[in-house]
Design a protein around this ligand. Structure first.
Ligand SMILES: [Fe+2]
Length: 294
């Protein structure tokens, strides 16, 4: 009997959509036994310098789902992304389905609600989302049962979503030659990230792992799929049995010299609202730039 609440024998069809502007990979995950599908980590395009938000990436996903005759059951946000805008509300308006994120979204809303000086109309209870997942929660994509693992460290609200024999790891892990994501955002913690990564690496060896980002280190082509066995053996930050002490020291030194993500300011304002762009007192979409606060 498996320690996990789902059958990992199910093999969903996974279609990836790569956004070269933010190096994000979005996924459509199809239940093999029905027409139901999920979207993981969609992207809305933004030209921040021009204050222009467009939908080329999201439209590709919508067209794919429509042309394949699929029904959208869920949109999953693995976490509150700091480097791209979610397209969840745009896609939901066209295709329906529910939008879910980790329940610790409330911690992100609390911290960044203050930083962006949001008024009382900004709810900090996660109610912008249809579902707040906690550790071990299960949900259905057609006949396929999926579950969420709470994997804090990169952010406090990070979840890895396991759908059959495929796991969507968000920013807990990168490809083996990419290592791991930073752990220095508010509420982030390198030691927690190490523990979360160990939980991902404890999934079955042949589990397919799908990344949220890839930056093609050392000039290699962009990739997004690997396995637990490959990460365990070769991940440059945690593979080969690296200790927690080694990882934490390395991660903290590295994070101290990383620049802020280019789109962190628009991304957080939008993504903490489940992808809705905030509006000003006239009801017009408007973004803020807090000075010297991030
Ligand atoms: Fe992230």
């Amino acid at each position: 009997m498996s320690q996990y609440p789902i059958s990992m024998e199910v093999t969903p069809e996974v279609t990836a959509f790569f956004d070269p502007a933010t190096n994000t990979i979005s996924y459509v995950v199809k239940d093999p036994a029905s027409k139901a599908c999920a979207v993981v980590d969609s992207v809305m395009d933004i030209d921040y310098a021009a204050g222009r938000i467009t939908s080329e990436n999201a439209d590709k996903i919508i067209t794919f789902i429509q042309d394949s005759g699929l029904e959208l059951a869920w949109q999953i946000e693995t976490h509150v992304h700091a480097d791209h805008l979610s397209a969840a509300p745009y896609i939901q308006e066209k295709l329906g389905g529910k939008v879910g994120v980790g329940q610790n979204i409330t911690m992100i809303q609390d911290v960044f609600g203050k930083i962006f000086n949001e008024g009382t109309e900004f709810q900090r209870d996660g109610s912008q989302f249809d579902r707040l997942f906690k550790e071990g929660d299960v949900y259905q994509v057609g006949e396929m049962t999926c579950f969420a693992m709470h994997t804090p460290g990169h952010t406090p609200a990070c979840m890895v979503h396991v759908m059959g024999n495929a796991a969507f790891v968000g920013d807990t892990l990168f490809m083996p030659d990419g290592g791991s994501a930073r752990a220095d955002f508010p509420g982030g913690c390198a030691a927690e990230l190490y523990d979360s990564i160990q939980r991902v690496l404890a999934l079955p060896e042949d589990m397919r792992l799908f990344m949220c980002h890839d930056y093609g280190p050392n000039g290699r082509e962009i990739q997004w799929e690997t396995t637990v066995a490959e990460e365990k053996a070769a991940n440059i930050h945690v593979g080969g049995g690296k200790s927690k002490e080694e990882f934490v020291k390395f991660r903290m030194e590295r994070d101290a010299v990383l620049d802020m993500p280019k789109l962190i300011i628009p991304s957080l304002q939008v993504n903490m609202r489940a992808g809705e762009v905030p509006v000003d007192e006239h009801g017009d979409p408007m973004l803020k730039v807090p000075v010297n606060k991030i």
